[in-house]
Design a protein around this ligand. Structure first.
Ligand code: FE
Length: 179
């Protein structure tokens, strides 16, 4: 299973991370590293590493958002990860796009920090949440984890940043696997 994940990165990980100057694999590794630096639990570090695995699974072109299409990669990723991991991994992955809509609603200054590509996809994803949606989101027991993941995701776009590779996460991945 772990080798399957690494294989996915080996074959698709060098593709560009939409609208940013880093690759999918660089983005995943930076997100995981920020989670580790932030003192996250192992399951959340695993979620950070795999949060965009949906992009590696589907065959859609990388500039799909620019064509006005929401690839719903968070759902594809969650569906695939559910085969192997429990909700502590899959829920933050499923919610990491929704968390952006949440943050845009509760932190006006957050919206101003989004990159052009992220802003473009925000509107495809439904724009900032309504107060009702905010309340529903906060009722999820893992919403804080999803928000934390979102912030690392946003920051993980630094060109040329030296971070540990995939192997660094093998033990955590194994530990998070559903028996
Ligand atoms: Fe991401």
């Amino acid at each position: 299973m772990i080798d399957r994940i690494f294989q996915l990165f080996a074959t698709r990980g060098s593709e560009a991370y939409f609208g940013e100057a880093v690759s999918q694999e660089e983005h995943a590794l930076q997100t995981a590293f920020l989670a580790e630096q932030g003192g996250a639990e192992d399951s959340l570090i695993v979620a950070a590493l795999l949060h965009d695995v949906g992009h590696l699974l589907h065959g859609l072109p990388e500039n799909i958002a620019a064509q006005g299409i929401d690839s719903r990669h968070e759902e594809a990723g969650e569906a695939w990860l559910t085969q192997y991991f429990g909700p502590e991994v899959t829920e933050p992955v499923r919610l990491h796009v929704t968390a952006k809509r949440y943050l845009c609603a509760v932190e006006p200054e957050y919206l101003a920090t989004l990159s052009p590509a992220s802003l473009e996809s925000l509107y495809l994803q439904g724009g900032p949440m309504s107060p009702e949606e905010v309340a529903t989101f906060e009722s999820n027991r893992l919403f804080r984890e999803a928000v934390a993941l979102r912030r690392w995701d946003d920051a993980a776009k630094e060109v040329g940043l030296e971070v540990p590779g995939l192997e660094h996460y093998r033990t955590r991945l194994e530990g998070a696997l559903r028996c």
